[in-house]
Design a protein around this ligand. Structure first.
Ligand code: PLP
Length: 424
């Protein structure tokens, strides 16, 4: 394989002509392939179809005797809390089960802090300027929460073992306006990165100028391993407690990509002080969550082992799609010196880096050939990738055959955009 930059001008021109033929042949097929959405496929959703019928007519009571059809049970049914306790890595007493969306829990956590502060705050966060550390590439909806509520975002790089800790430590040590940091610590969206134990410990122990600094620990992909041997993530709540910062982390997850997206169950776990604070606020917000949905989930999964078992079936459906992406890229792009991509062992995304300044062009070319990709820049705060090189690939939703064609087209687009950039 020759790096494209080492080819002579006539060699590049010939290669461009060849690739344009391939590209035009794809274009002529009038394809309509959508690789933008990090949603479960309908085959994955079918795995949990019994959830809709699992409750018998007289099956509405929780193990505490509460009637799932009525108000109450603010922090969740005991058996649902027990499942999330294992999933989130906290005692059940430190778990609050919410509605269907972890993003809602995160959003509300931020808004409450802006309006009321958190345990340890001397004033509501919103009284002064508020800044969040945003490892990038990252999850666009985290950044949207900040943007929507006027929180300044400080981008830090995401390395193979997690955020650039030297930079994070430098920033939080000196600026008391830095109140929070977004973290997707396992199979991060979109790179698939899992934070190392050393990174987790440094985040837990680092000195922050703000006494009420919080890690918003979005463990959305806690059990979403693609292979039998999954990545191991250190327990952030334990690490924070051991470092003397017990209140630092708020841990979120949901069953959106375990049972049904948008019709699952979400939960958060944290220190006793934070959990008391969450309950104080949520008792104003609601008279109780949907306990029948919790009961359905408990009957279907039974326990945490049941959740893990179920996830092996998701992995069987997802693994070939992930491998199709990396194989297509390897076939056309390996050794060309124009792109690198992640090979995650779990989660929902693969992250593709092109040459600087090429991502928007790749997305445009792919679109013209019938392949919709997530907008270039979406993985960075304010939708602006300073190097215009990152593209998020979401292979879960389309059928395997479509993933294969779409990725071959994307690889051809990467080559064409790179040749243009190199001045072919
Ligand atoms: C990192 C991350 N967090 C949260 C969510 C959404 O979670 P929920 O459906 O529980 O709101 C997603 C969905 O793509 C995600 O990628």
């Amino acid at each position: 394989m020759t790096e494209l930059s080492k080819l002579s001008a006539p060699e590049r021109a010939a290669l461009t002509q060849q690739l344009e033929q391939r590209y035009n042949a794809f274009k002529a097929q009038g394809l309509k392939l959508d690789m933008t959405r990090g949603k479960p496929s309908s085959e994955q959703l079918d795995l949990a179809s019994k959830l809709t019928v699992v409750l018998a007519e007289n099956d509405y009571k929780g193990s505490d005797g509460s009637d799932g059809r009525n108000y109450g049970g603010l922090d969740g049914l005991p058996e649902m809390k027990a499942i999330f306790a294992d999933l989130l890595g906290a005692p059940a007493a430190q778990v609050v089960v919410g509605g269907a969306s972890s993003l809602t829990l995160m959003h509300d956590t931020v808004v409450r802090a802006l309006l009321h502060g958190v345990p340890g705050s001397s004033a509501p966060w919103g009284r002064g300027p508020v800044k969040f550390i945003c490892p990038a590439p990252g999850y666009d909806r985290h950044f949207a929460i900040c943007e929507h509520h006027g929180i300044e975002m400080l981008t830090v790089g995401l390395n193979d073992d997690g955020p650039d800790m030297a930079e994070v430590e430098r920033l939080v040590a000196s600026d008391p306006a830095i109140k929070g940091m977004w973290c997707v610590p396992k199979y991060s969206n979109p790179t698939g990165t899992t934070y190392s134990e050393s990174v987790v410990k440094r985040l837990a122990a680092m000195k922050t100028a703000a006494p009420d600094f919080r890690l918003l620990w979005d463990n959305a992909y806690a059990v979403h391993d693609l292979y039998a041997e999954g990545d191991k993530l250190a327990n952030v709540l334990t690490a924070c407690a051991e470092a003397g910062n017990a209140d630092r982390a708020l841990v979120f997850a949901s069953t959106s990509k375990i049972s049904f997206a948008g019709a699952g169950v979400a939960a958060l776990a944290s220190s006793p002080a934070n959990i008391a604070d969450v309950k104080r606020h949520s008792s104003i917000q609601t008279i109780g969550p949907d306990k029948l949905n919790q009961l359905r989930h408990v009957r279907f999964f039974k326990d945490y082992a049941g959740v893990l078992q179920h996830m092996t079936r998701h992995a069987e459906l997802l693994r070939p799609k992930f491998e199709a992406v990396t194989e297509a890229f390897a076939k056309d792009l390996d050794g060309k010196g124009v792109a690198s991509w992640t090979k995650p062992r779990g989660g929902y995304f693969i992250s593709l880096d092109t040459l600087d300044g090429c991502a928007s062009e790749v997305v445009r070319l792919a679109d013209s050939a019938g392949v919709k990709l997530t907008a270039a820049g979406a993985t960075f705060p304010r939708g602006k990738d300073p190097r215009d090189r990152n593209i998020r690939i979401a292979p879960s939703m389309p059928p395997l055959g479509q993933v294969k064609i779409a990725m071959e087209i994307v690889a051809v687009c990467v080559l064409l955009a790179s040749l243009k950039k190199l001045g072919a």
